[in-house]
Design a protein around this ligand. Sequence first.
Ligand SMILES: *[C@@H]1O[C@H](CO)[C@@H](O)[C@H](O)[C@H]1NC(C)=O
Ligand SMILES: *[C@@H]1O[C@H](CO)[C@@H](O)[C@H](O)[C@H]1NC(C)=O
Ligand SMILES: *[C@@H]1O[C@H](CO)[C@@H](O)[C@H](O)[C@H]1NC(C)=O
Length: 377
Amino acid sequence: MTLKSSARLYLTIFLMTTCIYMVLYQYHISRTQILPDASTEIKVDSKFHSKDFRLVNRQQLGHEQQSQQQEQLQQHKQQSQYEQQQKVEPEKIEYSLETLDNTRTVAPSSSTSTKSLSTSTTTSIKNALPPLYIITPTYKRPEQLAELTRLGYTLKHVSNLLWLVIEDSKTPSELVTKRLHHIAVPFIHLVAPMPEQYRKSKAMPRGVSNRNRGLEWLRANATEGVFYFADDDNTYDISIFEQMRYTKKVSMWPVGLVTRLGVSSPIVRNGQLDGFYDGWIGGRKYPVDMAGFAVSVKFLLERPNAKMPYKAGYEEDGFLKSLSPLNKTEIELLASSCTEVLTWHTQTKKNPVAAKLNVTKYSGTNLLKLTEALVGK
Ligand SMILES: *[C@@H]1O[C@H](CO)[C@@H](O)[C@H](O)[C@H]1NC(C)=O
Ligand SMILES: *[C@@H]1O[C@H](CO)[C@@H](O)[C@H](O)[C@H]1NC(C)=O
Ligand SMILES: *[C@@H]1O[C@H](CO)[C@@H](O)[C@H](O)[C@H]1NC(C)=O
């Protein structure tokens, strides 16, 4: 081959590649124009600015380190989903935290992914979901980190979620902070110690100060979406999160492993709420478990006095009553009209506090560092 003909060959290949690229680009542009401009069409919850959202963004960026082709393919899939969603449920589109787009410009990302137009489009579709606020009270005990880890990795499967982890403590525990950063679900870490007078009572109203602190945070920082009290020792099927996400006022569903009846549930007769099935009614108007209901943020904001009472056994009932007026016909019955168990009131066996390490005997070993990572007394 002469030099001239090989140069011509290279030139031809170059021109063909350019043409193919241009055609693909034109196609891509024409597809993206179908989408409304996310920044103008989607209402942004401007009160919401959590730096902790960055954590997940990096995580998600990590997942997006696929080839450009794969990404475009996925985008087209998502786009058609989006178009469908727009036709069927237009009111569901207006929610957005637009977090990924915001933080992507703010947070210097350590990942090597490309910040292309297509990724930001896909992520804003993902964020067109009403936000979920998961309020988790927690307290110092040997199981604490294990429980938070298990719950955290469950929550990691759920989009557009903010995890409010609230310790019954005067100061945030360093071990908990480290764990939350490691799990990397978007989180807010707060403390709310139980008032001293309740600490002395026989049946301690555990988690009340924490949950009320969570409500206080929501009142100041949230405008849209739904919140849910998720204790760290329970078990959650992730489909319940997608169901509760669209709660208009209050939604309810069964909780397994509650009392000797094995389940606590609203009773549904002819498709309507007709009382409650629970092993302990105790004169409660709402004999339900903490894991069995979710509430809309808007509905909470319309009830400025709603809060949880310091009354062991009556926390759920007291809180739901404080949401009055609430007509029973307005309670949404999830989990296929309360025929499925998607949450369980599991309880972890109490473990003894770890015995103190003999530092003389084990000096210079891994055990020094290892035992520092245990939740002590
Ligand atoms: C609302 O969020 C901001 C930012 O995270 C925080 O500084 C503030 O304390 C929150 N408000 C309440 C009442 O928790
Ligand atoms: C609850 O709502 C239903 C249906 O809208 C209505 O018939 C009923 O009177 C209401 N109950 C109360 C106590 O307001
Ligand atoms: C710690 O270990 C040393 C050396 O093995 C031993 O002499 C000492 O009695 C141990 N101390 C305690 C408190 O068990």
